[in-house]
Design a protein around this ligand. Structure first.
Ligand SMILES: Nc1ncnc2c1ncn2[C@@H]1O[C@H](COP(=O)(O)OP(=O)(O)OP(=O)(O)O)[C@@H](O)[C@H]1O
Ligand SMILES: [Mg+2]
Length: 420
């Protein structure tokens, strides 16, 4: 699929660049043609002004007085014909071939016997009165030669240029397709993982429901365990679906808008209060050290989502008698807030650290999925942090503990403002 897409992009690129090359050739040829015509006019103008002195207009008819000297000058030599006409348009004298023996008042170019000429003609005055006309004719051969030369050069270069474009097109198409390929691969992996994750609780629900049905048929009395597992699996499926929906929503938010501000301190404190009992139940000490007040450019839900996922993990992956500490520090010079959640839990091996923010990634893949998580919590944390224009760091030593640091910019709007 990608190969044909890539080929299509390369062909489009090649086609468009060839068209541009063709257009450049045409424009170039027109430009050369126009500039050559302009320099021919200039040449005719110079010659006309030089010849003016060599025409005797004092007699009955104008005549070349000193034309030999004039025609020996450089510009005049390239002329084909110089003609003198009387006021009625009758040819009086000429230098070079006769050319067209008539006055051509309303034209700049003409073709005679297959040869094209550019002409210039002007009146000859004596004491303010017209006594005749001077007509100059210049062959356009040089202009044709220069323009043809340009076109031939461009045509000779064309195959090499097209080859070059084809090569560039190939590289461009490879570069263009690469991120799409990666995106599709991520999407495919994501769908496969999501299917896998949902499949487990779904099959448990099905198996237990069937078992319950059988037991009910026998009128037995031990349904409690089945019912618990069914409801737990359904609940887990619900969580996964909810997390997936949240991630999809966060994925669709492409741009950070600093339109909300929340005091991080109050959210941290309420999260600590909320989790307190669960930490006590597991005999893990939850301690807050420095909790500074700071306005963060994110909604309350965003901040709550970040903290609760980090505390959820700290609780899950720290054994009884362990310690979890929270710090919330506000740095005024850098305009950022740091939330640090540190635990003395099982830690994460160094080779797993680069993947822990990936969707559905768990260090211990073999852990029973009913007790372990589905690997979406940290992906949600990362996505939430990014919607608030921040980033998250992790440091961990296996068997010693893990530290997550969330860095968020402070709000640019006052507290209480919410996303529109
Ligand atoms: N504080 C921690 N200590 C040790 N390992 C951790 C910690 N936090 C995360 N991990 C590891 O990173 C993995 C990914 O964490 P994440 O929160 O994304 O998933 P989860 O906790 O397994 O599931 P979920 O959060 O979706 O219920 C975890 O499975 C765990 O192996
Ligand atoms: Mg988690």
């Amino acid at each position: 699929m990608f190969k044909s897409f890539q080929r299509q992009i390369a062909l489009w690129f090649l086609g468009l660049s060839s068209l541009v090359y063709l257009a450049c050739t045409c424009v170039g040829a027109l430009f050369i043609f126009a500039s050559q015509s302009h320099s021919m006019d200039e040449e005719l103008r110079v010659v006309a002004s030089q010849i003016g002195h060599a025409i005797d207009v004092s007699g009955e008819n104008p005549t070349f007085r000193d034309w030999l000297r004039v025609v020996e000058t450089e510009p005049a030599r390239s002329l084909i014909t110089m003609q003198l006409f009387d006021p009625d348009g009758k040819l009086l004298e000429h230098y070079g071939p006769v050319g067209i023996p008539k006055l051509l008042k309303d034209t700049t170019e003409f073709t005679e016997n297959g040869q094209q000429m550019r002409i210039r003609q002007g009146p000859l005055l004596h004491k303010g009165l017209p006594v005749g006309y001077l007509q100059l004719e210049l062959p356009t051969r040089k202009r044709t030669e220069v323009t043809t030369e340009f076109l031939i050069t461009m045509s000779i270069m064309a195959p090499f240029v097209i080859l070059g474009f084809a090569q560039i097109g190939k590289s461009v198409s490879t570069m263009a397709v690469k991120p799409i390929e990666q995106l599709v691969a991520t999407l495919q992996r994501f769908v496969a993982d999501a299917g896998h994750e949902l499949n487990t609780p779904a099959s448990i629900i099905q198996a237990r429901a069937q078992s319950l049905e059988r037991k009910l048929k026998k009128e037995g009395n031990k349904y409690e365990e089945d019912l618990q597992i069914i409801s737990k699996s359904a609940e887990r499926m619900g969580y996964i679906v909810k997390d997936l929906m949240l991630l999809a929503e966060l994925d669709s938010k492409t741009q950070y808008k600093s339109e909300s501000a929340t005091d991080f301190k109050s959210v941290v404190e309420s999260a600590i209060a909320e989790f307190g009992e669960r930490f006590e139940d597991k005999d893990v000490l939850l301690q807050s050290e420095i909790i500074e007040s700071a306005n963060v450019g994110a909604s309350q839900d965003t901040l709550r989502g970040i903290i609760s996922n980090l505390l959820e993990n700290a609780l899950k992956y720290t054994q009884p008698n362990g310690l979890v500490t929270i710090n919330c520090l506000h740095s005024t010079p850098t305009n950022e807030v740091r939330l640090i959640v540190k635990d003395t839990g099982i830690g994460i091996p160094a080779d797993c650290l680069p993947y822990i923010f990936d969707r559905f990634y768990r260090v211990d893949q073999s852990r029973d999925r009913t007790s372990g998580g589905s690997g979406l919590g940290l992906a949600i944390v990362k996505a939430l942090v990014e919607t608030a224009a921040g980033h998250v760091l992790v440091e961990s030593v296996p068997s010693e503990g893990t530290q997550f640091t969330v860095i968020l910019p402070t709000a640019k709007v006052p507290v209480g403002t919410t996303n529109s």
